[in-house]
Design a binder for this molecule. Structure first.
Ligand code: ADP
Ligand code: MG
Length: 574
């Protein structure tokens, strides 16, 4: 096209597209739910803006908040259209090709090891899944602030953008046209699309329509040519005999034929699961809803959920989930943002999933939503953010979230966790234990909670650091998950008992009458040893109270990283 401008995909995006195109992944279905999810996000955005500016929606069809799917069997095209916010020319350039998101490289990396393409939506690159089924894609888009543009690409490292002077004007929104590969012909079957929408997009909050064929009976005049002379003569006979008038005779000269017509068929029923009575929602429905909410289409069920409503001054309904696995960006979202993974709705209208402080940072791994009847609808996000009710909502959410997690912990931990991986205690018979149980078993006179961190239970059980403790029958918690190391930087005490890493200096094991004496008698040796190693290599040399068979051990300083943490940090520096 003469007015087309060419762009190259950002390198990571290009790699991602190569992976998708060459993928042998058999479940190509996922493209549809990614496109529907994008359409739904785009409608959410325009609906939110329309709360404070009615005009923005436009008039007539343009104002309809719905998603439409059309098939062209001859040209092998599927198009998916929404009347959402649309994209300006600049949006098209940035969002579909030149700006890589943090998830882009994370996803590429994942796909090179043990990746499941199914998770693409969670990494924020779901759009590119269109190339699982299409070899040429057009994105036609109209944003209120710009003209209508066409983005197009054959996934050959480049895309083109042109001002749209040939397609029908969209009013506002986006139409995505997938020119299907030969082997993707099944997606031109209406029944296939209906099945996919039912399976993956059941919980989309806007109506999804398919331009579907329908066989109808039509009365048509009986064809003149077909009516033979015989028929005519027999009719004449009957008229003569029964004396019917000519009009009714004409009426009987019609026949019924099957004709194929097309009409918009609604594929989903737009219901909000959180408004239903929890007693009437099945486990499977919660599970499916979680998958669609979290864009987590693994087969795993959420670990736990809590569905409740609050009444009184501040009314809201909420649904919280503990995901089956830690999200891929757990640390990133903890350190770099205050955003929780909760979606905020006000009276069924989606407001934002970027609301700070609906939950404290440490609960950022939860997924879910809050729908409030108390918050005002027609104010800006900033105003809402400061609304007094939010504090009350937050308080209740925290309480319910902690209840849910506590219940999860009370269930037999060995049943719900992988026994060989998580923290364990030397005395608990190889089973997981709670801190309360640990405290109940503490020796008299023991002040601290002892623990050690490392990579496996076997390794830690042999560690010289716990020789003496074992002999003296002290219990030591074995932390074997990398996250434990991070946790212990923040967790200083529990129930007034301090945590003591037994591989760090400062270990105190009750009163030891001989300690002072030993220290004195080895004074010359420790002094000499320290000078022999020099200050650069060690801080101090001391008589140890933690060894039994092993002659010596290197202990880390109280405030520095443990050796295990050093190892974790090293593995993260590429
Ligand atoms: P995500 O949806 O997680 O942001 P995608 O790869 O699915 O990632 O989409 C990339 C971006 O492209 C979206 O964030 C959005 O800005 C834009 N986009 C995609 N589809 C649409 C659409 N139908 N309407 C408006 N913008 C869209
Ligand atoms: Mg998406």
């Amino acid at each position: 096209r003469s007015n087309a401008e060419k762009f190259e995909f950002q390198a990571e995006v290009s790699r991602l597209m190569d992976i998708i195109i060459n993928s042998l992944y058999s479940n190509k279905d996922i493209f549809l739910r990614e496109l529907i999810s994008n359409a739904s996000d785009a409608i959410d955005k325009i609906r939110f803006l329309s709360l404070t500016d009615k005009e923005i929606l436009g008039e007539g069809d343009t104002a309809k908040l719905e998603i439409q799917i059309k098939l062209d069997k001859e040209k092998k095209i599927i198009s998916i259209r929404d009347r959402g916010i649309g994209m300006t020319k600049e949006d098209l350039i940035k969002n579909l090709g030149t700006i890589a998101k943090s998830g882009t490289s994370a996803f590429v990396e994942k796909m090179q090891t043990s990746g499941d393409l199914n998770l693409i939506g969670q990494f924020g690159v779901g759009f590119y899944s269109v190339y699982l089924v299409a070899d040429y894609v057009e994105v036609i888009s109209k944003h209120n602030d710009d003209k209508q543009y066409v983005w197009e690409s054959k996934a050959d490292g480049a895309f083109a953008i042109s001002e749209d002077t040939w397609n029908e004007p969209l009013g506002r929104g986006t139409e995505i046209r997938l020119h299907l590969r030969d082997e993707a012909g099944e997606y031109l079957e209406e029944s296939k699309l209906k099945e996919l929408v039912k399976r993956y997009s059941e919980f989309i909050n806007f109506p999804i329509y398919l331009w579907a064929s329908k066989e109808v009976d039509v009365e048509v005049p009986a064809d003149e040519d077909e009516s033979s002379e015989e028929e005519e003569s027999s009719e004449k006979t009957s008229t003569e005999e029964e004396g019917e008038d000519e009009d009714s005779e004409k009426k009987s000269k019609t026949k019924t034929v099957k004709e194929t017509t097309y009409e918009w068929e609604l594929l989903n029923d737009v219901k909000a699961i959180w408004l239903r009575n929890p007693k009437e929602v099945t486990e499977e429905e919660y599970s499916k809803f979680y998958h669609s909410l979290a864009k987590d289409f693994s087969d795993e069920k959420p670990l736990a959920w809590s569905h409740f409503s609050a009444e009184g001054d501040v009314e809201f309904k909420a649904l919280l989930f503990v995901p089956p696995k830690a999200p891929h960006d757990l640390y990133e979202s903890y350190y770099n943002s205050n955003k929780s993974n909760l979606k905020l709705y006000v009276r069924r209208v989606f407001i934002s999933d970027e609301f700070d402080e609906l939950l404290p940072k440490y609960l950022n791994f939860l997924k879910g939503l809050v729908d409030s009847d108390t918050l005002p609808l027609n104010v800006s996000r900033e105003m809402l953010q400061q609304h007094g009710s939010l504090k009350t909502i937050k308080k209740k959410l925290i309480r319910k979230a902690l209840d849910m997690i506590r219940k999860l912990a009370e269930e037999d931990p060995d049943e719900s966790n992988d026994k060989d991986k998580k923290g364990m205690v030397t005395k608990s018979d190889g089973k997981l234990t709670s801190l309360d149980q640990y405290i109940s078993r503490m020796k008299s006179g023991q002040k601290d909670i002892f623990y050690i961190t490392g990579t496996s239970k076997e390794q830690l059980e042999k560690s010289p650091f716990i020789e003496r403790l074992k002999k003296k029958n002290y219990e030591v918690i074995l932390f074997t998950d990398p996250v434990d190391e991070y946790l212990m930087q923040y967790l200083m005490d529990y129930e007034d008992k301090k945590f003591q890493n037994v591989s760090k200096e400062g270990l105190k094991l009750g009163k030891d009458s001989k300690a002072k004496e030993l220290k004195e008698s080895f004074k010359d040796l420790t002094k000499w040893w320290k000078s022999a190693l020099s200050f650069d290599n060690v801080d101090d040399v001391k008589v140890s109270n933690r060894l039994d068979d092993t002659p010596c051990v290197v202990v880390t300083s109280k405030y520095g990283w443990s050796a295990n943490m050093e190892k974790i940090m090293q593995s993260q520096t590429l």
